[in-house]
Design a protein around this ligand. Sequence first.
Ligand code: TA6
Length: 292
Amino acid sequence: MQTVLSLCKQFKVPGLHFEAGHGGLTKAVVATNVAAGEIYLHGAHVTSWQPAGHEPVLWMSRSSLFQPGKPIRGGVPICFPWFGPHASDPSAPAHGFARTALWEVTEAQTTVEGGISLSLQTRIDSFSVRFTVEFGSVLQMTLTTEPGPGISVDQRFEDALHTYFSVSDVRNVSITGLEQVRYIDKVDGALEKPATGAAIEFTGETDRVYLKTDSECHLHDPGRNRTITISKSGSQSTVVWNPWIAKSARMPDFGDHEWPEMVCIETANVGSDSIALALNTSHSTTVVIRVQ
Ligand code: TA6
């Protein structure tokens, strides 16, 4: 198992170090003149990213757990090899095993612009999974899935980079880019609904799965005087979520009064957009996040 000491010895990269984070879990810490950020080996979980000249972009719950076997609340949970509850096993963990697995750091290097790129990998079920994150003036994350060794049949999976964005007040933000996309409304009986033709605004619990879309989204936050752009490739689903009051109160790792501070815009392949991975092939889901 990789330790802080072994990681520091193996990866000597200026602007990168490893240390024990919350709960004693090992994290990589990035501090360069283009960006700062953190990622835990637990779940390969990005917990912060702050490009130079901007406020932090990702939201973290102050009630998050940092325990083996438990997901971290906030940042960028990796949902894999399924999204949401397991289709047939109620005892299986929500959003799959990836976000509570212990990942191994395989690469760390300085990028051309002076940021830091890190790659981590793990095995989940019959899959080999690699996660590459580039902490720079943009945040680029790629989840690449391949059949594990010895697999002889096609495999199907869902995935999501379940990004929590920090906002001034969710009641005062809007999301554009999905006006022409139909969606599943999970707060209204998972009904499939037609495109609204309008920007997304938040007046209550919101949990929508937009399907068959590769659209770029824009999160407009006048309270922070910024727009966050979310571009993607290898993803046909975008999930938009805010738990609002009642659901927040039901989540022990989510503060009752934290819901106005965040919105999730998730880069995914879920439901009818799930991926059928043919033998000897791989799939990459990529998101690029930038602040304007
Ligand atoms: O992405 C939206 C969602 O599927 C919501 O339904 C809510 O459950 C959220 O994910 C968080 O899930 P978690 O298992 O992390 O509490």
